[in-house]
Design a binder for this molecule. Structure first.
Ligand SMILES: [Zn+2]
Length: 375
């Protein structure tokens, strides 16, 4: 799934929240349909400005509800050892970017169920608020009623058992638990997910051409198309994971990795190594012993006037702060480690000596070549 254009909202509990631009479309749609149509039709007699104020507040609370749903996933995930890097809120809700998948069926089940459970709980609270405010304030009761419904709909929609929806994840975790086979469970869950997607598309088309519900039908078909797409790409990801798991660092590393000694100056590094080779990443080693790595961002941390007086060892990322791969580590866990630490290269070390380098691009090239060859 492409998460291209998104705005950073900031961090909550150490998780980066991002807002996809499609959210602005949804926000405007929800606000206008509430203020223009729903509230005036169901609750006639409010002032025009009150319709708009209630529309905006209700939309914002809807947005907060989706945020809470995603936060519930992340917090339960984190408690169970699945770190969440960022969450992007987009048109149908949110997508959490995990750095790795659950390794136990139980963890996945809890994490997947947490979101819909949270939405149900919020829906219940708004129903309660509606009951309490019914005789006091019609606008508040109206807001609470709409939010109660939408949160319950959010829970129900997400519980559809098609991967990668929450329901699909729950479904997979149950199968995983029963069969003990993660791969097969994922395959089945993603196929069910694609089936659900096709059913939505078919339903949408029928709505359009049989019931002449053009907008509603188009919307349903669009959701179906989105679900089918997401399920297929999840399936491909699982296949990639399989491929990567079959390789070890020794098979995917490059051995002609550029090494520089630690006592040369930054100026010498730039003039003698970076410019001639065009590379932006070097391992720093003395007599084969890895001391650290140096990349362009390390160099940029010192001003150009000081390049002649600064040694590489002063600016490098030292080995004790470094993520290194072992010779027999599988490529998948290397990729996960890179994701977790936001890095693109990892030196491969055996008995303290640098013997190669795994580059993210190498892994991606490996996947591409294999899929092109169909192996
Ligand atoms: Zn969810």
């Amino acid at each position: 799934m492409k998460m291209g254009s998104a705005f950073n909202l900031g961090k909550v509990f150490g998780i980066q929240f991002r807002l996809h631009y499609t959210w602005f479309i949804i926000f405007i749609l929800v606000t206008t349909s509430l203020s223009w149509q729903y509230f005036p039709i169901v609750y006639p007699g409010w002032s025009q400005s009150l319709y708009w104020i209630m529309g905006i507040i209700t939309s914002l609370l809807f947005f907060a509800s989706v945020l809470a749903h995603e936060l519930a996933h992340s917090l339960v995930g984190r408690i169970n050892g699945i770190p969440i890097k960022s969450i992007t809120l987009f048109i149908f809700g949110g997508v959490a970017q995990m750095t790795r998948e659950a390794t136990r069926a139980r963890d996945e089940m809890l994490m997947a169920a947490a979101g819909p459970a949270c939405s149900l709980a919020i829906g219940g609270l708004f129903f309660l608020l509606q009951l309490l405010s019914r005789d006091m304030s019609e606008p508040i009761a109206a807001l609470a009623f709409w939010l109660a419904q939408i949160n319950i709909m959010l829970a129900v929609f997400n519980l559809i058992p098609g991967f990668p929806l929450d329901g699909g994840r729950v479904f997979r975790s149950i199968m995983w638990r029963v069969t003990g086979n993660y791969k097969r469970s994922t395959r089945i869950a993603t196929q069910v997910g694609r089936g659900v997607g096709y059913l939505f598309i078919l339903g949408g088309i029928l709505m359009m051409f049989v019931l002449h519900e053009w907008l509603g039908g188009l919307w349903i078909a669009f959701i179906g198309w989105f679900l089918e797409n997401a399920a297929s790409s999840s399936y491909r990801q699982v296949q990639w994971r399989d491929v990567l798991q079959g390789f070890t660092a020794s098979q995917v590393m490059t051995v002609d990795c550029p090494v520089v000694p630690s006592d040369i100056t930054v100026n010498r590094l730039v003039q003698g190594y970076i410019f001639p080779s065009g590379r932006g990443f070097f391992m720093v080693a003395d007599e084969g012993r890895l001391k650290g790595i140096v990349a362009l961002h390390n160099i940029k941390s010192v001003s150009q006037q000081k390049w002649e007086m600064t040694q590489v060892k002063e600016i490098m990322t030292p080995v004790d702060k470094l993520n290194v791969a072992h010779l027999d580590q599988d490529a998948l866990s290397i990729l996960e480690q890179m994701d977790e630490n936001d890095i693109n290269q990892m030196p491969v070390v055996s008995e303290g000596r640098v013997i190669g380098l795994v580059d993210r691009n190498n892994l991606i090239r490996l996947l591409r070549t294999r899929s092109e060859l169909g192996v």
